[in-house]
Design a protein around this ligand. Structure first.
Ligand SMILES: *Cc1c(COP(=O)(O)O)cnc(C)c1O
Length: 461
């Protein structure tokens, strides 16, 4: 585990223990999934979720912020639904004390199906329709507006109806990009929020609040994979400074809550959970102490960091072959479930683990090989030139840390079926148990979703 000097030895020891516990549960789950036929000749690909690990991460998040705010400070941790849009996952997180951050009518429907209360839900999309805004205000869901035009829409709705929705404005502190441009939300030209450093923008925001006593929140989501903690903290410091300026300007505490977004980086290169929520919360208290003195309520919107390390894709090796002197394992996990990794392998490398036909960790000398997916294009590789014990037909490979933005985000290339998803946890007697989260998609469903009911549509016209 990397020691960056921000954690105590006891914390580091505890985190390392949690990481090795997770790895042990995962090995047991892969063995159990093979033994029970959740993955095998009939179902060559499956997604697995570690229920215990998800609960632990939710508890760590809550504890990290509870440790740095005065007792009684309102804090809502709204899970970013886009990271894992699965109803049972949202229910699990809700029972662990989290809310939901939604960005589309579909995500809002998922959160509601999971039973997440409207007062624990935040709507953040950059393209909300009038109908979406109306629904959110009717339900009392928090809304962060993204642009002056959207604020004008809200003006009309607020004057026409009464609402309990907390309303805020999303700003872009324009702190610069992280390592992955496509995921950096706080660049000068980002499409999100009101760009604070643009000519006249800051004065516009101050005036917008002064003219609307019902605007009570500021929102910034400036982190993401590849963005360092210090840069994220700087974005939040800028947002806090603006809240202070607005409250001074209006002469009262009009802004009572700051939504700091999500975006904590996930370590995809080893088992270690780093950075931790505790490290981030501590850095924030050092960078923006005024945000933690009890005058502001807090909302967070973490996604990837809550789920990534608790998901595993397990695929059967259908064939093992050799090409140009390179061993190639042809598996069932490719672009349909690891889209980012296949299309942008340099930004999104995944750890791959080898298991034998019975789902036991595969032993043997490591060999450089390619782990290929099933799709019909040459670049469909889960990993290229990867060192693993030589994979054979009937073995299994696992793509680790795939609990967020991977198998819950199916890409329908080659009409490959969405895999089943199962949660796992040990029962009271210590035995590994599985629960169905999402049914595997059938070929009949693929036909139906692909216009199967309208086969004559084009020839009949
Ligand atoms: C995507 C997103 C999040 C979650 O980001 P993660 O990197 O998954 O933590 C939070 N808030 C907003 C507005 C987002 O768009």
């Amino acid at each position: 585990m990397r020691d960056d000097g921000t954690g105590t030895t006891a914390e580091t020891g505890h985190a390392a223990q949690a990481d090795s516990g997770r790895a042990a549960r995962r090995d047991e789950a892969v063995r159990g999934a093979v033994a029970q036929g959740l993955v095998g000749a009939e179902a060559p690909l499956v997604g697995l979720l570690d229920i215990t690990g998800i609960r632990d991460s939710a508890a760590e998040l809550r504890a990290a912020f509870d440790a740095v705010v005065p007792a009684g400070t309102p804090v809502l941790h709204a899970f970013a639904v886009k990271a894992s849009p699965l109803v049972p996952v949202l229910r699990l997180l809700s029972e662990a004390g989290l809310g939901a951050e939604v960005a589309s009518p579909g995500e809002l429907a998922l959160a509601r199906a999971a039973g997440v209360a409207p007062r624990r839900t935040v709507l953040d999309s950059p393209a909300k329709t009038a109908a979406e805004l109306r629904e959110a205000l009717a339900l009392g869901i928090a809304v962060n507006v993204d642009s002056p035009q959207e604020l004008a829409r809200l003006d009309a709705l607020v004057s026409a109806t009464r609402t309990d929705s907390p309303l805020g404005v999303r700003v872009n502190p324009q702190i610069g990009a992280g390592a992955i441009e496509a995921l950096s939300t706080a660049t000068a030209t980002s499409k999100f929020g009101v760009a604070l450093r643009d000519e006249g923008a800051r004065a516009w925001v101050v005036r917008a609040f002064a003219e609307r006593p019902w605007l009570t929140r500021l929102h910034a989501h400036s982190g993401s994979q590849g963005v360092p903690l210090t840069l994220m903290a700087r974005g939040i410091a800028e947002t806090y400074a603006l809240a202070e300026e607005i409250n001074r300007h209006v002469g009262r505490r009009q802004i009572d809550t700051i939504d700091i977004g999500g975006g904590l980086h996930v370590n995809f290169t080893s088992e270690a959970t780093t950075p931790t929520y505790a490290q981030y919360a501590r850095l924030l208290t050092e960078t923006v102490p005024g945000l933690f003195d009890g005058r502001y309520g807090l909302v967070t919107e973490f996604g990837r960091s809550l789920l990534a390390k608790h998901g595993t894709l397990v695929a059967r090796v259908e064939y093992a072959k050799s090409a140009g002197g390179r061993a190639v394992a042809v598996t069932h996990a490719g672009v349909q479930v690891a889209t980012r990794t296949v299309y942008a392998p340099a930004s999104w490398p995944l750890r791959i683990a080898a298991y034998d036909a019975q789902g036991r960790p595969k032993e043997g000398p490591e060999v450089v090989q390619d782990v290929a997916g099933p799709a019909c294009f040459a670049g469909d590789l889960l990993a290229e030139g990867y060192r693993l014990p030589l994979l054979a037909q009937g073995d299994h490979v696992a793509a680790l840390d795939t609990g967020a933005y991977y198998f819950a985000h199916h890409y329908a290339y080659n009409s490959l079926a969405r895999p089943g998803v199962y949660g796992y946890a040990r029962d009271a007697s210590g035995e590994m148990r599985f629960a169905l989260v999402r049914e595997p998609q059938t070929v009949q469903e693929i036909v139906a979703e692909s216009g199967g009911g309208h086969a004559d549509a084009l020839t009949a016209l």
